[in-house]
Design a protein. Structure first.
Length: 173
């Protein structure tokens, strides 16, 4: 299912229902820091990372199962994430997204955070938004979104090779 953005103009309750929709059938982008973090938990990047090219730039995405296009870290028996404690930044942000430009959707408003003007959205298709006791603040989403942007910009093939060389040399990664 595709992300259906709707403006998030206030803090919101959220509780994941483990429906799997966000962990299947879409690219889950990885930053170098995500790859490094997952490697530290004894996962081989060759098993969980795929390469794709976008606008002349190499991007890394999570590997997926062929039979249902689900992320390889999704447990089909429990519906839960096997790497929940160290999952990629983009998974921590979902079902929200942070944009540096408005998407042109009715009701959207800029959110000022640390001197930046951001637009925050939630996925209308996620059944967990508005549920449960946990309140997700826009500050928290903005912080994660800015961190993702920073890490994503410096993620490239050269960086991955250095990360892998560090591991091969026995250096701390
Ligand atoms: S779509 Fe929402 S409720 Fe379903 S697994 Fe993803 S975050 Fe959880
Ligand atoms: S790493 Fe976990 S949360 Fe992220 S897509 Fe895979 S199963 Fe879902």
């Amino acid at each position: 299912m595709r992300f259906k953005p709707s403006p998030l103009t206030k803090d919101v309750n959220f509780e994941c229902k483990f429906c799997l929709d966000c962990c299947r059938g879409r690219f889950i982008y990885l930053t170098l820091s995500d790859i490094e973090k997952i490697m530290k938990h004894s996962h081989d990047p060759q098993d969980f990372t795929l390469l794709t090219a976008e606008e002349g730039k190499i991007r890394f995405v999570l590997a997926y199962r062929e039979w249902d296009l689900g992320c390889i870290f999704h447990d089909p028996e429990t519906g839960k994430c096997k790497v929940h404690d160290y999952n990629p930044l983009i998974c921590q942000i979902y079902p929200f997204m942070v944009s540096h430009q408005p998407l042109g959707i009715e009701g959207e408003k800029p959110f000022e955070y640390k001197g930046e003007k951001l637009w925050i959205y939630y996925d209308k298709n996620c059944p967990g938004v508005g549920e449960g006791q946990e309140i997700i603040t826009r500050e928290k989403i903005a912080e994660l979104g800015m961190e993702f942007q920073k890490e994503f910009e410096k993620t490239d093939l050269d960086g991955l090779n250095k990360l892998l060389d560090g591991e091969r040399d026995g250096a701390s990664v």
